[in-house]
Design a protein around this ligand. Structure first.
Ligand code: GDD
Ligand code: MN
Length: 370
């Protein structure tokens, strides 16, 4: 039996413009105005994905909704991340065409119109706003940022296997099928959502670039920090080897190796330098190395969900507990192997491997609730 049809209410959106925001309160109204002017004739909606900005961007977006119902807001709590925000915004849309742009007006809505027309003329499945094709420009960037961007672009071909002038762009439009066909393979790490999509999509996806000039931020400041470089490396690593081993585990293991260095440093200062007993030096070194590992993992491995304040202390306590159990397991396994004819280095390595996996897996679940 066929279902009774719904009464049609409102025109469906033809295009959802997804804008990730963190402290962009001062820019939203002007962005809405400029989209309204630039996308005249299109049935568009704006999906603001806000990571609970302290400046009240989300509340402001809801205010705008009372005047213009095309402006929607998705508010995420306890998380940060440009890429994951864009993905969730796109998934919240039902429109056939999607676009992603910054909320600070550095991306010109008039160029978005050109990008949409390119999609509608069936000339491409994904259109990138590029600063590096003829007619585009980075605007007034300092030479350091230009160089970093160049190097990052060069590196990106490792995972895209395509000639794209600006795979780092945060300004693009695509058919929803392009997203649907790759969404489960996305890493959703860091800032480079376009690169993530291009690296995960099929070679048959047709990509074109449209020039644009990276404009001035209207108000507020950039959220791009030094973390961006690290998150970019995580993304590349995930695209290259993520199929075989979780990239967070690689980061965790690398930071663990650094922790061994910290351990020896503290031990040699306490034992050789200050002249404390070995047992005291070793204990201090262990406690400090674990705290070091916790802090660095909190900042880097879990950069999108770093613990702060009280939660930081609770996290540290749980990490001590988990690593304590890990150390017991390490001693247990390695002693057992050593007692059963395994050579001492192999027994020791097996113990270390075992406790690293334990520490990683259990802290991911309980300390950072990943
Ligand atoms: N939801 C959410 N969560 N949004 C965020 C976050 C976050 O953690 N971090 C930044 N944003 C939002 C900002 O509010 C802004 O709307 C947009 O993402 C871009 O952030 P900016 O801080 O303005 O970045 P940018 O201008 O320095 O960098 C731009 O250019 C790069 C190319 O060089 C962005 O478009 C990058 O994606 C792009 O790679
Ligand atoms: Mn910006």
């Amino acid at each position: 039996m066929s279902q009774p049809a719904l009464t049609a209410v409102g025109a469906p959106a033809q295009i959802s413009v997804v804008v990730p925001t963190y402290n962009e309160r001062g820019n939203l109204l002007e962005l809405t105005r400029r989209l309204d002017a630039a996308l005249e004739g299109f049935a568009w909606e704006l999906i603001v994905v806000d990571d609970d900005s302290p400046d009240g961007t989300a509340a402001h977006a809801r205010d705008i909704y009372t005047q213009d119902t095309r402006v929607r807001c998705l508010r995420r709590i306890g998380r940060r991340g440009l890429s994951s925000a864009c993905i969730e915004g796109m998934l919240a849309s039902s429109a056939p065409l999607l676009a992603v742009m910054d909320g600070d007006l550095q991306h010109d809505p008039a160029v978005l119109r050109t990008m949409l027309l390119t999609l509608l003329r069936e000339e491409a499945d994904l259109v990138i706003g590029s600063r590096y094709v003829a007619g585009g420009s980075v605007g007034d960037w300092n030479s350091q940022r230009v160089m970093i961007s160049r190097v990052a672009t060069r590196l990106s071909t490792l995972v895209t296997h395509r000639e794209i002038s600006d795979p780092m762009s945060g300004f693009f439009a695509l058919r929803r099928e392009v997203l649907d066909s790759c969404v489960k393979d996305l890493s959703s790490l860091g800032f480079k959502i376009l690169l993530d999509i291009v690296a995960s999509s099929k070679p048959s996806v047709r990509i074109t670039e449209v020039p644009f000039t990276f404009g001035e931020r209207l108000t507020g400041e950039s959220k791009l920090s030094t973390n961006v470089v690290w998150e970019y490396l995580l993304l590349l690593a995930d695209k290259l080897v993520g199929r075989y081993v979780p990239v967070r585990f690689l980061a965790f293991a690398a930071i663990g190796a650094l922790g061994v260095g910290v351990h020896f440093l503290v031990l040699s200062i306490a034992f050789k330098g200050v002249g404390l007993s070995f047992a005291v030096g070793q204990s201090a070194a262990t406690l400090i190395a674990i705290a070091f590992n916790f802090s660095v993992n909190n900042l880097l491995t879990y950069s999108g969900q770093s613990l702060r304040g009280k939660r930081w202390l609770r996290g540290l306590a749980s990490f001590y507990l988990i690593c304590g159990i890990g150390a017991l397991a390490n001693i247990g396994i390695s002693s057992y192997l050593f007692g059963n004819e395994t050579s001492w280095p192999v027994a020791a390595l097996a113990g270390i491997a075992m406790s690293s996996v334990w520490n990683y897996a259990v802290s991911a679940r309980y300390t950072w609730k990943a």
